[in-house]
Design a protein around this ligand. Structure first.
Ligand code: UGA
Length: 448
């Protein structure tokens, strides 16, 4: 099939490359001429494992263009993968996708299908159908909803080895076209859920909210562990062994970030409020995740003492999670901003995102490795679970530091080992050393 993917961001690009891999002829279209120029030269705008290889391997079937008018008229399917950012009031901003639908309408051939890949609030596909029908009276077309479940860092395998594919269609032809698009994956046994566009849209929001809820829940349990001498790692592992619960998304940490969970749960809460079916659990989750980040920032500042100005801090990790260079809604931005404001001197290591942080905060020094970042630091702070950070030799780290405080918001290290080396090691939801005495939630917990 000939597929035009409108938008070459992280979702559009991954989708385009994977559809080319499935054998379709794909044109990735974008209004950003620089981006398209780079993509034509094989330069990707994002770091995503395996995507560069996939793009290179399918160069014959995956092309890029700024000229939508040239390619859309021959497309069997136009995939809308443009951004749907959060507006100031937490609701979703659908202007870009509505404009995309309006732009593509006059170009479509008869029988074409528009598939909405961008994350949109339930009801959007139906609204887009009205927009296209109005812009192109009499056109015979279909509109489908086909949400993505791609994690940054493993997007290619999430696409090609998906747990399920959701095919949202309100007419049989749209369902049939989506079935053809995904035929090679369906043939491999990946379950395809065929449903209405509204259900498809809601499945995406409900999935992200459920995953975020698990993280919020285990982080609350971690807070409790810090007070009652529990260990969240053991609790989480044992809870996850219950087959009804499962082990995924039960890792305690600094709270969830990224471009999806924070935005999508806000949009779901706004939808519930606007439509008269409030989502109180989701609303509480939003507040709790925001508060958690602020509480953790306060803990770091507490550790720096009354005079943070001029004190050296090594920040280890900046991306919102390992495997991506994405800084959106990363706790690193919140922590670094607070440290910069307090006058601390920051050296930062992140295997792919360090330069991007120093573009936002020019006073932050990017470091080539964790030991370089920790040179002369009084405090080292782990924010992202990169393998390069998990593999740090703590003895070496301590030797290059001027101080001995290690704050680990990802629980990467063995607490006992860190303590034996003489580090004052703080982590998330792990036992209190006997010497610290009763804790309260605002006091950092030095693990045994
Ligand atoms: C998320 C979903 O996992 C994807 O299925 C979805 O398609 C995507 O959003 C989207 O809507 O496009 P992503 O944002 O890439 O993917 O990242 P996740 O791996 O889900 O992690 C999100 C945040 O939760 C990160 O800050 C991560 O550190 C945190 N997290 C994750 C935890 O704190 N604990 C966990 O156990 C898992």
């Amino acid at each position: 099939m000939k597929v035009v993917v409108l938008g070459t961001g992280y979702v559009g690009l991954t989708t385009g490359a994977c559809l080319a891999h499935l054998g379709h002829e794909v044109i990735g279209c974008d209004i950003d001429a620089d981006k398209i120029g780079n993509l034509r030269m094989g330069k990707l705008p994002i770091y995503e494992q395996g995507l560069d290889h996939l793009c290179a391997a399918h160069r014959d079937r995956l092309r890029f263009s700024t000229d939508l008018a040239r390619h859309a008229p021959s497309a069997d399917v136009v995939v809308l993968a443009v951004g749907t950012p959060m507006s100031a009031d937490g609701d979703i901003d659908l202007r870009a996708i509505e404009t995309a639908a309006r732009d593509v309408a006059p170009l479509l051939k008869s029988n074409a299908t528009i598939a909405v890949k961008s994350t949109v609030v339930p009801g959007t596909a139906r609204r887009l159908r009205e927009i296209v029908a109005e812009a192109r009276k009499g056109l015979d077309f279909s509109l489908a909803s086909n949400p993505e479940f791609l994690r940054e860092g493993s997007a290619v395998s999430d696409f090609l080895c998906a747990d399920r594919i959701v095919l949202g269609a309100d007419d049989p032809r749209a369902a049939d076209v989506l079935r053809q698009v995904y035929a090679p994956l369906i043939a491999q046994g990946i379950p395809a859920v065929e449903t209405s566009t509204v259900n498809a849209e809601l499945i995406k929001y409900a999935s992200n909210a459920m995953l975020a809820m698990r993280i919020g829940f285990i982080n609350n349990i971690a807070d409790l562990c810090e007070i009652i001498d529990g260990d969240v790692e053991t609790v989480s592992q044992a809870v996850g062994l219950d087959k009804r619960i499962g082990p995924g998304f039960l890792k305690a940490g600094p709270g969830f970030g990224g471009s999806c969970f924070p935005k999508d749960i806000r949009a779901l809460a706004a939808l519930g409020r606007n439509r008269g079916a409030r989502q109180p659990l989701v609303e509480a989750l939003i507040t709790e995740n925001d508060n958690r980040q602020q509480r953790l920032v306060d803990r770091v500042l507490d550790c720096l003492g009354e005079q943070p100005r001029g004190r050296r801090v090594a920040v280890l990790g900046a991306a919102f999670k390992a495997g991506t260079d994405d800084l959106r809604e990363s706790i690193a931005l919140v922590v670094v901003e607070a440290l910069v404001k307090a006058g601390a001197k920051i050296s930062l290591f992140d295997p792919v995102a360090a330069r991007a942080v120093s573009e936002v905060f020019p006073d932050v020094d990017p470091a080539p490795d964790p030991y370089d970042a920790a040179q002369g630091a009084e405090l080292a702070l782990v924010l992202t679970e990169w393998p390069e950070i998990a593999a740090i030799d703590l003895e070496h780290l301590k030797a290059v530091m001027a101080g001995s405080t290690l704050i680990d918001f990802r629980n990467l290290f063995d607490a006992r080992h860190a303590r034996e080396l003489g580090l004052t090691y703080f982590s998330i939801g792990r036992p209190l050393p006997r010497s610290v005495g009763p804790a309260n939630p605002d006091v950092l917990v030095a693990a045994e």
